[in-house]
Write a protein that binds this ligand. Structure first.
Ligand SMILES: O=C(O)CCC(=O)C(=O)O
Length: 257
């Protein structure tokens, strides 16, 4: 990881180097945030018995799912999610959570997508502070970014089907990369991952962070004339849940993990 010497501050100075220039505002792409060895150290620690199987992916939630009132029952994140490869310290160096209420992540969703799987365009909502740090493990991903507007059909009724969304761009996520989404990028845009076996037409005019990708990645894409075969990708999305209840700690004695 290309680290910064900036001390953590109230803004995101250390992240500025990594801002995706063609995308305003605040998407940051940090290539090679983790080495291949660090990625497999984390992958090996993902508990095999915690998966929830959804129609187009499987999911784990740590330390626990939010309650019906979008509250997190206070409990620490499993230490392997923060200390392996010093992930939490690296977030601090970059100042990723400097402006969030707890100044650190308290919740992690782990998604696994096999080739042909994805997630519909959506927003992450107000339960979380507007900052998400996404680590990509094992295989590349392509995040589609959409405006919240929808195309209107001839009879002027809103068509909210995925194909009617207005796609703005795509962000290519190399294995080991970190993508940080902050502020209005979080609040005002939708994101999704198309459920395909191959990504097509990848290139400088369609991928917002093309210039930030490694030469090897760009060469591989160019050799495939913009076409790339999906592998199985795992994503770790670190967030800060705004409402935290201490009741779990008090009643259930959580927090000893
Ligand atoms: O896997 C990803 O990179 C995106 C996950 C996502 O959009 C979500 O969990 O809301």
């Amino acid at each position: 990881m290309e680290s910064s010497s900036h001390a953590a501050s109230n803004c995101h100075d250390a992240l500025e180097t990594f801002r995706i220039p063609s995308l305003l505002p605040s998407f940051y792409y940090i290539p090679a945030f983790l080495t291949t060895e660090e990625q497999s150290l984390i992958t090996q620690k993902i508990p095999p018995n915690r998966w929830t199987h959804l129609s187009h992916r499987r999911l784990q939630t740590h330390p626990s799912p939010l309650t019906a009132t979008s509250t997190l029952l206070a409990a620490p994140l499993p230490s392997w999610l923060t200390t392996t490869a010093s992930v939490a310290s690296r977030f601090e160096e970059l100042g990723v959570f400097n402006n969030s209420p707890h100044r650190a992540p308290n919740h992690v969703l782990i998604n696994e997508y096999k080739p042909g799987e994805g997630i519909m365009p959506h927003e992450d909502g107000s339960a979380y502070a507007p900052v998400v740090a996404t680590i990509t493990l094992d295989a590349y991903g392509v995040l589609d970014i959409y405006s919240k507007g929808v195309a209107r059909s001839e009879n002027a009724r809103e068509d909210k089907s995925p194909s009617s969304r207005i796609q703005i761009t795509r962000i290519f996520q190399e294995p080991g990369s970190l993508l940080v989404t902050i502020g209005s990028s979080y609040r005002d845009l939708l994101h999704g991952i198309s459920a395909v076996n191959f990504d097509e037409t990848l290139g400088p005019s369609t991928v917002a962070n093309w210039e930030m990708l490694s030469e090897e990645t760009r060469r591989t894409i160019e050799e495939g004339v913009g076409r790339l075969e999906r592998g199985t990708r795992i994503s770790l999305t670190y967030r800060d849940v705004i409402k935290v209840s201490e009741i779990g700690r008090k009643i259930l004695g959580l927090g000893s993990k």
